[in-house]
Write a protein that binds this ligand. Sequence first.
Ligand code: OGA
Ligand code: MN
Length: 294
Amino acid sequence: MHMSPTETGKAGTTVVPTGGALGAEIRNADLRTIDDRYFAVILGAWHDHLLLLFREQELSDEELIAFSKRFGELDWAPVQESGRRFVEGHPEIYVVSNVVENGVAIGSLGAGEATWHTDMSYMEVPPKASMLYALEAPPSGGDTYFNNMYAAYESLPADLKRRIEGLSLKHDGTYNSGGYLRQGVTAVDDPMTSPGVYHPLVCTHPETRRRAIYLGRRRNAYIGGLSLAESESLLEELWLYAARPELAWGHKWRPGDLVLWDNRCTMHRRDSFDAASRRVMHRTQIRDEVAPRS
Ligand code: OGA
Ligand code: MN
């Protein structure tokens, strides 16, 4: 990955790669005023780097939705454990927060760790992208890590690549990434029978045409056609490759940070943080035009 900043269509705006396994920061961009030419630069940088960071943004919910819609139609926020799913009047905005108001959590995932996952992969057509915008960040903890699933695929030994070719993985619809049961869902803790949706285990990205392992979540995952023991051991092996620290890059949040990632070729996880501090994030999820394909 080359480190030199790239000039973009707008004066003073640059694309600066993180130098890690994925990601680039777009410097000097105001996401409230993005013209078509500059948007094309952002889109290209996103495909090249899998994740983009924009700092010091000042977006209202309407402006966050407007920028998100440049990438495609938005999905509504998923059902979350607290029963409250979105910002009043904006069903597209999923709230990730530990803040409790009048005894009710205003968002999802609490203050605990969120384990490695891809967003909403239990849908037939999962969102291609998610955008997370930090309104309030704790002084420490709550960092989010992202990994490069193209690189994970490319790192597999040839025999393992051959073994997973053509296989499908069931993505669990029971739990969210904080380990909470989704509302209205009954827990079935047998991976073979729990509710979920099958996708190819190796997917080709529709835009970049690169191949990536598509794992979703570990819990209740099941590789179709295998015995449970075979499925578990193959998944353990794949997760060892996918979760290696050298494939990941971590972000420490400041208020005003916006991170856009590609759910088709990355996963993410979050560190826990002090439950007494406040963390408030607004997320949008951008619908894909096609279901995951091998
Ligand atoms: C998400 C998510 C982690 C975080 O918004 O999809 O997993 O950092 N968030 O809060
Ligand atoms: Mn997530």
